[in-house]
Design a protein around this ligand. Sequence first.
Ligand code: GDP
Ligand code: CA
Length: 336
Amino acid sequence: MRAWGKPRVAGTREDMRVGVVALAGGVGAGKFLRGLVGVVPPEDVTVVVNTGDDLVVHGLHVSPDLDSVLYWLAGAMDRERGWGRADESFRTTAELRRLGADGAWFGLGDLDLATHLLRARLLRDGHSLSAATAELARRFGVATRLLPMTDDPVATRLSVIDESGRERDLHFQEYWVAREARDRVLAIRYVGADAARPAPGILQAVEEADRIVICPSNPIASIDPILAVPGIRGAVEAARDRVVAISPIIGGAPVRGMADKLLPAVGEAVSATGVARHYRKLLGAYVIDRVDAAARPEIEGLLDGGTVAVVDTLMVDDAVATSLAAAALACVGAGA
Ligand code: GDP
Ligand code: CA
């Protein structure tokens, strides 16, 4: 029996556990985290979230991945669309487009705007992004600790070749949202990462966590920016025996998103094996989908002694996410 599958009993040793740190992008992470907080008390989970996609729209600081994770954990997400709020409307964005406002290519929902207005107010009052994030989580009733990877500005930028053969340098969101990932990606940079510091609490949480989970997020667009903040990759590598990742690639394709465009840009195959190779120095264990079961021996070889678990990883509902989280936690740390 794995301790994680059982409900926590007050007064037992499980009550005192340091908990789980999750490295997260947006939607893939959000779905998974709903499962994770089904098997670990939400307040024992610290989520370190990518901010390389952040951008300023209409003067407001927008953090797409922090917002996705917040909405999924709060149960306020649109499950079908993946990003943004349920019961959302886009009247403000439609009007901004009609008025020809700069930045209106980035669709912000009317309910979603409330988050950005509140965050902008907190930032303008001198709070850090971490403090503003904690405040938003509190107001959404989310007990899980959400930490941006850094309070410093980092921007994921792509060098691409556009349809006319011209080389361009694009912010991640311009590539993904405005240009719908149509350009060929040559290279990815995390601008500002070298000078960024991990947000307060991250390094200590990674050091003390009894398990560290790399969510099924885009390795290049979501997880690598987090690892590019000086100190974080080293802390995760040092904790390797406690680290498990879930493949975001099932049967040679991302469930959604543009991982199939970005993995080749770093010379990696679009497969569960390619992601394992990309992460190999970080992992004590790795979870792949049943459709990729044949890749298991090769991945075990890459992880030199690491565990490879084969389960259902397509999170069609919270029940699948919960079993997936339990399986991931069972591979590493105490009792594995
Ligand atoms: P984004 O920033 O919103 O694109 O979110 P993430 O980086 O967290 O998630 C994108 C990745 O999540 C993509 O590579 C998807 O393939 C993966 N993903 C989404 N849903 C699922 C799922 O149900 N199962 C698995 N294994 N991966 C998923
Ligand atoms: Ca993202």
